[in-house]
Design a protein around this ligand. Sequence first.
Ligand code: ATP
Length: 248
Amino acid sequence: MELILKNVSKKLSKNFSLNNVNFSIKNGEVLGLIGNNGAGKTTIIKSIFKEYRLDQGEILVNGKSISKYDLRKIEFFPDQNNFPKNFKIIDYCYHNYLLSNIDGNKKQFKIRFKELSESLELLEYKNKKFLHLSSGMQKRFLLLCALMNKPEMIICDEPMANMDIQTRKDFILLFKKLIEKFDLIVLITSHDIEELEKLINKVVLVDKGEIILEKNFNNKKDNLAELYEKNIRNPKSKIKVEEILKGY
Ligand SMILES: Nc1ncnc2c1ncn2[C@@H]1O[C@H](COP(=O)(O)OP(=O)(O)OP(=O)(O)O)[C@@H](O)[C@H]1O
């Protein structure tokens, strides 16, 4: 699969637009989409999932305009706050499975669920509710759910938010293994540059709604922090701390 964003533009407000966004991602690539808060990363992801009508440009899969069928092969790995935690894990996974796999049935679901939960060492927790699990374990289950439909691509927006240092390290290690095992294409956003470096082999820098760099990334040669500092326009903070604290 190859996903291409071609001259994508979308005005969200008078203060923010995506401007002529171009980049691509294909088999074998794990792409880190990096940028400051408000740079437009989530807007790009929402555009891929057709949440916005583009003002200009197109999103192509294997050379054709992205379709609902293509989107069934792309899984979104949700942010921690974006799913109902009162659900039993197995029920949440089943609902998720049915939503994105209209041909799926319970028997196939059970086989796949057992296989994945065994390899992720999660089988014994399947009847627990999300809210009774640690943050790290919730993420592992969300990964499991995302893998249920054998996606070709996974898109993750800040998957390591709210994780402590060790949980983040464990998550990256596990995710890396899963990417290799299932031959996944991955698009990931994260502000955790240090962990991200261990995962990605391509980097796209976005700044103020524009793509300012797209290049292959080699963890042994390249340094993400350097690339970021060199390329991203980093205006002085607009927040005047002394003024805010005046009177306290
Ligand atoms: N629906 C919307 N209508 C108007 N403006 C929006 C809307 N959604 C987001 N924005 C604005 O668009 C800009 C880009 O937001 P976006 O969420 O894409 O940034 P981001 O790079 O994902 O940031 P972060 O790292 O903080 O998650 C921000 O200024 C945001 O306030």
